[in-house]
Design a protein around this ligand. Structure first.
Ligand code: MTE
Ligand code: MO
Length: 421
C-alpha cells in the first residue's frame, strides 16, 4: 500500500511534501507535464541503422555535453602559466560526486608537471625517525577510501557584496567539489616516524612553484588526514595534486596541500603567507580571525538556478547540494517565498560526514514570481545563516568563509537570477 500524501503545499508558494516523488511521478501527474502523453510510433533514427563508433582507451563525455565544463576562465595574464582557478559546473551536475575532469581547480602558480618516479614525500621535524617516501613506497601501504568535499575558503565571497552579483551556481559557488579519495592515513605514517611529544602542529608544503605551505594542528593529522593518491578510483589528476595531496576533510580548501612534498612537525604554526595575509577573516574594528579551519554548513539550490529556464507552470523537482566541514548534514529546508516559510527537503542517501549531500523537494510552480532559498543544518546543530546575520556578525570586510543563504529569484517568464531577498 502506498502511503497517502496530501498534495496541498507544506510551505508557502507551492512547496510539496518531500516524500511525494517516492510515490512515482505518474501518481502526481508529472508525466503529462513533462513527457508527451500520446503513444507515437517508435522512432528509428539514423544511429540505430548503422554501426556505432569504435572503442576508446579513455572515455569521453557525449559530444552533446560540450557545454558542461569548468569555468569561468580567468584572464590569462602570463601566457597559459601561473595562478588561476576554475569552478565546477554545479548546475549541470547531479548526485554528490564531482567527475574528475570537472573538479574545481585553484592553483597559486600553475600545475606542475611532476614525474612520479622523481617525487618524494619527506616527513621530518619533531619526529624520532625522519622518513622519505617514493610514490611506489606509499602505494604499498594499506589504503583507506573516503568521500569528502573540498571547498575553497574564497567560495561564494561575492555574496558579501552590497549588490546581488550576477552569476550562476557555478560562477558564484563552484569552488566546491566532492570526490572519493583513496590513500594512506597520515596517522599511520606519523606513527612510523614517531611523534615527539613537543610537536603540536605540522607544516605541509607543496612541490609547485608557489611552494604553498600551511600549518595544520597535529590533532587533525592524527585524526582523519590522508595522503591521497587516488581520486574517484584513478590516480589524482595533475590539477588536483598528482601524484599526492594532503586531504584534510572539512577544512579550508587551501590547507589541502597539493603536490605534497613535505610534512614538518613543529611546536607552533609557521605563520605562512596563506595563513596570515590570506585565508584569515577581516572582521570589524580591525580585528582578524586567523586559523578558521572547518568550512561551516552551507547549501545551494542547483536546479533550478541561473541559466536554467523554467518551462511553464507545473511540478518541478528542486534539487541542490549541502555540506558541512563539521560533520553530517542533519537537514535541509527549502523556501519558495524568500524565507517566510520553510519545508523539509529529502536527503538522498548516502549522507556522509564532510561530504556533499544531495537534497530534493517537489515544487508546484504557479507561474508567478518566487524566491527560492535553501538552509542547511548540520549534526552539531549549526544553522546556515541569512545574509543579514552573517554580515551582522562579520561586518562588510570579510572575504572568506561566506556560507550565507543564497536566493534565486524566479520571474514570471521562468528566468532564474541571483537576488538578495
Ligand atoms: N601546493 C598547492 N596546494 C594547494 C594550492 C596551491 O596553489 N598549491 N591551492 C590550494 C587552494 S587555495 C585550494 S582551494 C585547493 C583546491 O584544490 P583543487 O584544485 O583540487 O580543487 O588546493 C589547495 N592546495
Ligand atoms: Mo582556495
Amino acid at each position: 500500500m502506498l502511503e497517502h500524501i496530501d498534495e496541498t503545499p507544506v510551505a508557502g508558494n507551492g512547496l510539496l511534501d518531500r516524500r511525494m516523488f517516492l510515490r512515482g511521478a505518474g501518481a502526481i501527474g508529472l508525466v503529462s507535464a513533462a513527457g508527451s502523453a500520446a503513444a507515437e510510433t517508435l522512432m528509428v533514427p539514423a544511429w540505430t541503422k548503422t554501426p556505432g563508433a569504435w572503442l576508446q582507451g579513455y572515455g569521453q563525455p557525449s559530444r552533446f555535453e560540450g557545454n558542461v565544463a569548468r569555468g569561468p576562465f580567468p584572464a590569462d595574464l602570463y601566457g597559459g602559466i601561473g595562478p588561476g582557478s576554475t569552478r565546477a559546473p554545479l548546475q549541470n551536475l547531479e548526485g554528490m560526486i564531482t567527475p574528475n575532469g570537472l573538479h574545481f581547480e585553484r592553483s597559486h602558480n600553475g600545475i606542475p608537471d611532476i614525474n612520479p618516479d622523481q617525487h618524494r614525500l619527506l616527513i621530518h621535524g619533531l619526529v624520532k625517525r625522519p622518513l622519505t617516501f617514493t610514490v611506489e613506497a606509499l602505494s604499498r601501504y594499506p589504503m583507506t577510501s573516503r568521500i569528502a568535499f573540498i571547498e575553497c575558503a574564497g567560495n561564494s565571497g561575492a555574496l558579501y557584496g552590497p549588490k546581488a552579483a550576477e552569476g550562476t551556481a557555478q560562477s558564484l559557488h563552484g569552488l566546491v567539489s566532492c570526490a572519493e579519495w583513496t590513500g594512506v592515513p597520515l596517522a599511520m605514517l606519523l606513527e612510523e616516524a614517531g611523534v615527539d611529544p613537543a610537536a603540536k602542529w605540522f607544516i605541509a608544503e607543496g612541490a609547485d612553484a608557489a611552494s604553498m605551505d600551511r600549518s595544520v594542528p597535529l590533532a587533525k593529522g592524527l585524526d582523519d588526514a590522508m595522503i591521497a593518491l587516488y581520486q574517484n578510483g584513478e590516480r589524482i589528476r595533475p590539477s588536483n595534486g598528482y601524484p599526492m595531496r594532503l586531504l584534510l576533510p572539512g577544512y579550508q580548501g587551501n590547507m589541502n596541500v597539493k603536490w605534497l612534498r613535505r610534512i614538518k612537525l613543529v611546536r607552533e604554526p609557521a605563520m605562512t603567507r596563506d595563513e596570515t595575509s590570506k585565508y584569515s577573516l577581516l572582521l570589524k574594528q580591525g580585528h582578524v580571525a586567523q586559523f578558521n579551519f572547518p568550512m561551516d554548513a552551507k547549501s545551494v539550490i542547483t536546479k533550478p538556478s541561473p541559466g536554467l529556464t523554467m518551462t511553464g507552470p507545473g511540478i518541478y523537482e528542486i534539487s541542490g547540494i549541502a555540506w558541512s566541514g563539521n560533520g553530517k548534514v542533519a537537514k535541509v529546508e527549502v523556501s519558495a517565498d524568500g524565507g517566510k516559510s520553510w519545508a523539509l527537503a529529502a536527503l538522498s542517501d548516502p549522507v556522509l560526514s564532510k561530504a556533499l549531500t544531495r537534497f530534493r523537494i517537489p515544487w508546484r510552480w504557479d507561474g508567478g514570481p518566487a524566491i527560492l532559498q535553501s538552509r542547511a543544518t548540520d549534526d552539531s546543530g549549526y544553522v546556515q545563516p541569512t545574509r543579514e546575520q552573517q554580515i551582522g556578525v562579520r561586518g562588510s570586510l570579510a572575504q572568506y568563509h561566506c556560507n550565507l543563504i543564497t536566493s534565486w529569484g524566479v520571474s514570471a517568464a521562468g528566468e532564474v537570477k541571483h537576488v538578495y531577498a
